[in-house]
Design a protein around this ligand. Structure first.
Ligand code: GTR
Length: 389
């Protein structure tokens, strides 16, 4: 009897210690296994996208609206000490609930050919961080640095698309396209989905701008903006690169894999109800029931470039589990004969794992977007886009 009890205790302890199974990237819903990029593209990729749509970020109210217009908000001017041209563009759209407007700020280095660049989804105070008159010392969006390195610095404020607060989905994009919030359901998109939609509308403008090289544009975001950059890059294959800075929970960080210091679905869905679709609530304290994990979000970016940046003092975002995601996502790049991440060992602060199309860096310091992070993303872009500049 005692022996039996001992065996039970051992078994339960073993179960508690074993890591919950992380969904396999290549196992389809019907149990078949992906072996080629054709199977990935036609079957598994759409399956994973659909899971993130229906269970996490939610669905779009509209795709590209017919009413979409781009209007200069001011005449173009010289900027960055004469090294760049500043363009301010209003993106407008209309729906049954009225009009919406997003202001794009673009600083494009003067060049004889179309310029590659980065779109920042700015989740911080726009006056402080994406001012139309940038200062040389600003770091969250270091326009001077980006321009000096030969890239266009493009940004918009996420709050122009949808507010970053829970107020019943009655403002921004929701008000324009679904004035009656009672029509929402468990799969209706939340704010992250709305902001990602906004970044795609910025790409719609970029495609019309002859000074920009639309084939070499990265989407960048920090924290909630980083989750958004991944979701945008996953869906919108026009972005050649997606950069997640300190995105953590529901961004690059695996949900499974023990990391008690990091944020989990229960915390994020409680504190930020407006970010996700209601179905996501089902997975609070119930991660094992999730039909996906975050490595699959990264894998949706293949074969394009994916960058994940963490900070050494940002345990809330779970740096180790962000790297694990990169490792588990990498087989998607292999299907294309390309290298995903080029190493698996957790780096020292201020070091990167770089070389393949999935790149990871660990900046020394706190939760923030800094010059070190931008340089890491631009180093990767230099490697792949040298001839584009
Ligand atoms: C935190 C949140 C994180 C992260 C961060 C941010 O409070 O828990 O998921 O997104 O905000 O966006 O700054």
């Amino acid at each position: 009897m005692r022996k039996l009890a001992f065996l039970w205790v051992m078994l339960l302890a073993g179960l508690a210690m074993s890591e919950p199974a992380i969904p396999d990237l290549f196992t389809c819903a019907d149990g078949t296994t992906v072996k080629t990029k054709e199977q990935w593209e036609s079957k598994r990729r759409p399956e994973i996208l659909e899971l993130f749509r229906s269970q996490c970020f939610g669905r779009n109210l509209v795709e590209r609206p017919d009413s979409l217009k781009f209007t200069p908000a001011a005449p173009d001017t010289d900027a960055v000490g004469g090294k760049a041209i500043r363009k301010l563009v209003n993106i407008t759209y209309e729906g049954p609930g009225g009009k919406g407007e997003v202001l794009v700020r673009a600083f494009i280095p003067k060049s004889s050919k179309p310029v590659p660049g980065f779109v920042l989804i700015c989740n911080r105070d726009p006056v402080e961080n994406i001012n139309i008159e940038p200062r040389p010392d600003q770091t969250f969006w270091p326009v001077y640095r980006i321009v000096e390195r030969g890239y266009a610095a493009i940004a918009f404020y996420n709050g122009d698309v949808a507010p970053d607060k829970y107020n019943g989905f009655t403002n921004g994009l929701y008000r324009v396209f679904q004035p009656d919030p009672k029509q929402r359901n468990a799969e209706s998109g939340g704010a992250i989905n709305a902001w990602a939609w906004g970044a795609s509308r910025v790409m719609d403008w970029i495609e019309t701008e002859p000074l920009l090289d639309a084939k070499h544009i990265g989407v960048v975001g920090h924290s909630r903006g980083g989750k958004t950059a991944l979701w945008c890059g996953a869906q919108d294959q026009r972005f050649a690169m997606a950069c997640s800075n300190d995105s953590g929970c529901s961004g690059a960080k695996l949900n499974r894999g023990s990391d008690p210091k990091s944020e989990h679905i229960a915390q994020i869905t409680k504190a930020f109800r407006h970010w996700f679709c209601r179905n996501y609530d089902k997975y609070a304290n119930n991660e094992d029931a999730l039909p996906f994990d975050q490595h699959e979000l990264l894998a949706l970016i293949a074969p394009r470039i994916c960058c994940v940046g963490s900070a050494s003092l940002d345990s809330w975002a779970g740096p180790q589990n962000e790297l694990k995601s990169c490792v588990l996502a990498s087989p998607a790049w292999k299907l294309y004969g390309l290298e995903g991440i080029s190493g698996t060992e957790f780096p020292q602060p201020d070091h990167a794992i770089t070389g393949g199309r999935v790149n990871y860096h660990l900046r020394k310091g706190k939760h923030n977007l800094e010059i070190f992070d931008w340089d890491a993303y631009m180093d990767v872009a230099d490697r792949f886009w040298r001839n584009a500049k």
